[in-house]
Design a protein around this ligand. Structure first.
Ligand code: AKG
Ligand code: FE2
Length: 196
């Protein structure tokens, strides 16, 4: 929690706001800790550790072990989660990432998610979001200048996140998947698009 609080303070300041702002609007209201166990995989080229997704938290702090395998997509394809997007006036996007399977293992990681109550996003938009927008006029102006592309509705973002979350995490079929099938699950992005 201390790390989370410190990060929220720094992020508030990065938005030109009071250091307590993101905490005051409940961005650390909920804390979920998720432990992952990825067994060693004899044929990693046929498997995925975790398919490409974007977290539905406001902020994720991830601890991974020495095995590695987490990859972050360098250029986002436009999938953003409305919570951080709305609250930060488009400044904080939820990066898409995946985890590759590995012959070495097991790999263990612990993800800590800080989040608001996502059941009422409308309230974030109409109440909390407006508070941020009013206080950070500079952020808003910069956002307007840099955004030429059309914005997605929160409903569209939700259905895209849902579609990704519902993808199978691992190919369990004994038959060898075609590379196109695997690429589809991986998001059709080549390795060059990811940072490790
Ligand atoms: O295991 C990892 O490194 C990543 C886990 C992850 O992306 C998640 O829990 O959302
Ligand atoms: Fe994730």
């Amino acid at each position: 929690m201390k790390v989370g609080d410190l990060l929220l303070e720094l992020l508030s300041e990065a938005l030109g706001l009071n250091p307590n702002h993101l905490k005051d609007i409940d961005c650390a209201e909920g804390v979920v800790v998720l432990g992952h166990y990825y067994p060693a995989c004899p044929q990693p080229e046929l498997c995925l550790g975790a398919s490409k997704h974007s977290d539905n938290s406001f902020l994720t702090v991830l601890l991974q072990d020495h095995i590695g395998g987490l990859q972050v997509l360098l250029r986002t394809t436009g999938l953003t989660y409305p919570m951080s997007l709305l609250i930060s006036n488009d400044r904080f996007k939820s990066s898409e990432h995946r985890v590759l399977a590995n012959v070495v293992g097991p790999r263990i990681s612990v993800a800590t998610f800080l989040h608001r109550n996502a059941s009422n996003l409308e309230a974030v938009w109409t109440y909390k979001g407006v508070v941020v927008r009013r206080k950070s006029a500079k952020v808003q102006d910069e956002g307007k200048k840099s955004k030429g592309k059309e914005k997605r509705s929160s409903g569209e973002c939700f259905s895209r996140v849902k579609a990704l979350v519902e993808l199978p995490l691992c190919l369990t079929s004994r038959s060898e998947p075609t590379s196109s099938k695997l690429n589809k699950l991986r998001g059709s992005s080549s390795m060059a698009n990811y940072a490790q």
